[in-house]
Write a protein that binds this ligand. Structure first.
Ligand code: NAD
Length: 260
């Protein structure tokens, strides 16, 4: 197994992409620390244990550096020091035009999506560097590059994660620690399934693959980036969007017959 003997820490693992990542890393042999504000995190831990791996579920608001520090210390004490960090937790539902975005919502998105990831990186990277091995994967979004109308906080934080990724990659490459960003397009999670059909249709029309991604597809990429074989990949921004990051102007809503 690719990740045998490794300890992973995944934020936002109670559902969606984070849950799929936790299960995939466990299937690859890793023990997992799971952080979330939702009590459903215990369900993910139970699933991991069914796979024969150790799991530690911790209620933790990642925007609070004190809670993050305490959670990382618990993982080190009860499992092992963190080898693989996946910054997955993100808030995606603050929708308002720029001028209507409140101070509170803006601060909340920065706090969870960007400061939360920073808190976790800061709490684990020193020990990774000392041991000469570490893998950090930041779940960004195609919105980091193309923006997202009425989600200024979300897209700004996802772009911010790229700056975080590059800087951590630069500082720690010599210590065997890699840091990469994964940029998903639309993925079939609870959130996306709950979107109004008109929005789903529009997003589908802008996706050359003509389907949304599956959480397990994101998890497979993360697992690869966490493995030994990915040791020379750092500071990368990897799109996983069915071509959704490309210019879809000519394709339009449905694919022309000649392209089918
Ligand atoms: N679903 C998509 O289409 C899509 C596309 C691009 C990027 N992403 C990114 O992938 C990640 C996961 O997306 P998802 O759709 O699975 O999201 P989701 O909302 O289903 O899950 C996010 C998890 O994070 C947890 N969380 C929220 N605030 C937290 C906090 N302060 N501390 C700890 N945990 C917290 C939630 O409780 C939840 O379990 C997010 O960063 C999201 O921005 C998702």
């Amino acid at each position: 197994m690719r990740l045998e003997g490794k300890t992973a820490l995944i934020s936002g693992a109670a559902r969606g992409i984070g849950r799929a990542i936790a299960l995939r890393l466990a299937r690859e042999g890793a023990d997992v620390g799971l952080l979330d504000i939702s009590s459903a995190i215990e369900d993910t831990a139970a699933e991991v244990r069914k796979l024969g791996r150790r799991a530690l579920a911790i209620a933790c608001d990642i925007s609070d550096s004190g809670q993050v520090k305490a959670a990382v210390a618990r993982v080190a004490a009860e499992l092992r020091p963190v080898d693989l960090l996946v910054n997955n937790a993100g808030i995606v539902d603050n929708i308002a035009s720029v001028e209507k975005m409140s101070d509170e919502k803006w601060a909340q998105e920065i706090g969870v999506n960007l400061t939360g990831a920073f808190n976790l990186v800061r709490a684990v990277v020193g020990a990774m560097a000392e041991r000469g091995f570490g893998r950090i994967v930041n779940i960004s979004s195609v919105a980091a590059r193309g923006g997202l109308a009425r989600q200024v906080g979300y897209s700004a934080t996802k772009a911010g994660l790229l700056g975080l990724t590059h800087t951590v990659a630069l500082e720690y490459a010599r210590n065997g620690v890699t840091c990469n960003a994964v940029l998903p397009g639309m993925v079939e999670t609870e959130n996306v399934r709950a979107m109004p059909q008109t929005i789903r249709d529009r997003a589908l029309a802008a996706t050359p693959a003509q389907r949304f991604g599956e959480p397990e597809e994101i998890a497979a990429l993360v697992a690869f980036l966490c493995g030994d074989e990915a040791g020379y990949i750092t500071g990368a921004e990897i799109d996983i969007s069915g071509g959704g990051h490309l210019n879809t102007l000519v394709l339009g809503g449905s694919r022309p017959a000649s392209l089918r």
